[in-house]
Design a protein around this ligand. Sequence first.
Ligand code: ZN
Length: 189
Amino acid sequence: MILPIYLYNHPVLRRPAQPVPSVNDEIISLAENMFETMRNANGIGLAANQVGQPHAMIVVDISDVEDGERTPPLCLLNPRIIAASDAMEEYEEGCLSVPGIREIVVRPAAVTVEYDDLELHHHRIEAEGLLARVLQHETDHLSGVYFFERISPMRRTLLKSKLKKLERGSGIECSYPFVHPLVQKITAP
Ligand code: ZN
């Protein structure tokens, strides 16, 4: 089922996520719905609070956009970045909750992430490149942080009017269903 995606500046996107202590049918169908929602919106990552859910849970699928290597689609419960490289990397990011805005963000080039899978098996992965990028962007969501909060104060100033416009809900162009505090479009166009 395709779920509507919550847009900036909905309060749910600021709420820190709650740990997922056990996996039940609700969590499993949420994972399936998050994959479907992400793919429908042509995204490569999605956090549960972006579909209005409080769980510390993200889905990632970069298999269509990465070159060479094939990373399988991943659902991560309780993801935690436990180490990051000193080496930093620039990459242009966008966000399904912030349509129409893209910014160059500087982040660690590689990260070590711990998480549980849907069978509650614990994993530790070393990620670099696009996977490291998406994991950092999505775990930020679980702490209520937007990607544009990691750019320079100068760039943020330049972004202010665009963000205000999005906050007012004017001129939102989304190809997917969304929830906005002021404007709702919960069905596909
Ligand atoms: Zn995002």
